[in-house]
Every structure is written in structure tokens, then in C-alpha cells.
Design a protein around this ligand. Sequence first.
Ligand code: SF4
Length: 395
Amino acid sequence: MRVVSGMRPTGRLHLGHYFGVIRNWVQLQEEHECFFFIADWHALTTAYKNTKELRKNIIEVMIDWLALGLRPNKSVLFIQSLVKEHAELCLLFGMLTPKSWLELNPTYKDLKYNLLKLSDLEKDFKEKLRDKIENILNLIPFNIHNPDKFREHLLENLTETLIEALFEGEIEPEILKKLNVSKRDFYETDTFGFLGYPVLQTADILIYKGEAVPVGEDQLPHIEFSREIARRFNKLYGKVFPEPKALLTETPKIPGTDGRKMSKSYGNAVFFSDTKEEVERKVMKMFTDPQKLRKNDPGRPEICPVFAWHKLFTKEKELIDGIEIDCKAGKLGCVECKRLLLSHVEAFLEPIRERRRELEQRINEIEDIFYANSKRAREVAKSTMEEVKKAMNLP
Ligand code: SF4
């Protein structure tokens, strides 16, 4: 089976990238034909203004991928922008993609929603409309069977209609001011590239006739979008593309050191490029159960990020069970628990750090590997484009 997936080069990789994506890729490359790419064009869909760090970030990703076990002799590891056919196919798919499909894309809607702080406005509207709805109810010349249900239904629908009106661009400058949204910020982020990124994503997969894409449950709509485009193309011009399937993978979630989602922007991530001392500092400062102040206070491992990490880094099941029991019984202190965790995290990280150090000495050679792999990818992409052009009667 041919598997295709990509990763945006947003900087150094952390443990969240490994447990969420790379670990799975490393397994997939053992069993399938895999195309994994550094999605530098995708990075531009939101970060097009500042590209200073882009090249450096691409190199960081190359080093981390190789240090974490991706192998160029097992997978085709390449850079998206070196295979121009992605852009050519994206352009052609753009011709047959209805605009409404893009506007309904949940990620696009969420971003727009957040940018406009529409959830705050929604609350505001509901408050203001509540009184008005009472007036409307008083005017109705018949009895309503369930007035409470009717009231809620009316409120929901009126609010939704108002939000939709704003969403569709009927935004008065005073309203934007009230929402504390800069018109420039909003429209500069709301770009053609960002709206159209699912089309590029579809081209990324179908240019290799990808049959499977490893995703989490939240990304299923993206795969459905690619399937729709493949179907539409095949129906219009004859069968060229497979309909890619989602390869649903259960990836364990590793929380950040403060218990939130691990993210560079939250400052709660442990990076593969961190030194031993940096990792020690981060682990020893990790959040724990806030109710466990002293060693003999009973703890709640189920809400403690240190325990979540033990489940990933501590190999012996009996040891994990023992930590859970002792924490709950107030027999284990958090400092001791973190020290134990640190030794296991270090046992995992040290060989990777060592490989990184060695790879950092061979940057030119690594770049050559990715360039050569991009050529391999391009051969496949070119052959798909020949078929596409033939099917569409393009010269
Ligand atoms: S003893 Fe360990 S698992 Fe329990 S609260 Fe402290 S750090 Fe968390």
C-alpha cells in the first residue's frame, strides 16, 4: 500500500511530534511504500510574512527525522517545494473545486471564528436577543405547545443567522472595532492560500496516487475532501486517481510539562535538541497533582502529567503500577517520582541526542539525501501528471 503524509517545518521537533506522528511513520515504513515530505509550501499558508527561519527549520526537521528513525532507503523523504508537480496538480484541482467545499472546511471555519472572536459575540447576541424573543412570543396569536423549547430554538436560530451574516463578510468597521479585531490582521490571515490549502493537501496525496494517509480522528474531514476531489476528477475525465483512505492511528497523547497540549508556543515542550541539563530542568519543574503538597498526601496520578509520561517512558508495567499505588497511598513524593521519570526520559533521549550530534556534522550530505529523494518523488509525480494531462486533453 502506498502511504503519503507530510509535516510543516515550524522548527525543532519535540516529544509531541514523535508520539503523535513520527513513531507511527517509523513503523509504517517497515510495511508499506511511504512518501513523507517536509511541507514547506504549507508552512506559508499561515506564516507567509516571515520566512527568515524557513530554511533553518527545514534542516532541523531533516535532522530530527533521521535521528528518530526515518530511513531514506525505506521511505521517500523529500521536500514538497522541490516537486513542482504538486503546484501544477493543485492548480488543476482548483478548477474543479467548488468554493463552498472550502468554506465549509472545519479548520478554516474554526480559524475564522477564532479570529473574529465570534464565540464572544455569540454570547453577547444571545443576551440581547433574549428580551426581544419575549416580545415576539407575546405577539404570537396562538398557544405554543412547549414555549421553553420554542424560545430556545428561536434564540439559537436568530443568533446563528446574525453570526452567519458577519461570517459572510458583512462586517462593519464599528463592529470590528467593538470586537477588538484589526481589519488588516483579519484579512491578511484570511488568504486565498489558506482557504485553498485542502486543495494543495489533496494534490500532495494524489500526485503519488496515495492510497492511505495516517491521520488522527480530527483530520478525517481533510481525507474526505481529498476523496471527493478524486471522485469528481475521475467522473469528469476518467479514472486516474484512487480514493485515499484514512489510516486511523491511536497515538498516545503526551501532555506538555504544564499538563496542556505540548506545543512550542506554550513553552511546555521538550525538544530533541535540548541538552541533558535543559531536560532535567524541564522535568523537575513539571506540574503534578496540585493537591499533593507533601510526600504523604495521597495523589491523583490520573490527572498528573508526570504519570502520563511514566506510561510512555517507563518500560516495566510493574513499576508503573507501583508508582500509581504509592502515589495514591501517599508513599511516593513528587520529587522522587520525577527523578525516576527523568532517568527513563534520558535513557530514551540520549541515543537520539547522540545521533543528532553526529548528523549535525553532515548537513551537506543530509541535504543531498533529501534532494536526491525529491528527484525520486518527482519521477512518480511527473508520470501522474502525464496521465492527468492526457485525461484532460491538455498539451
Ligand atoms: S507522586 Fe508522581 S504521579 Fe503522584 S502526583 Fe507526584 S509526580 Fe504525579
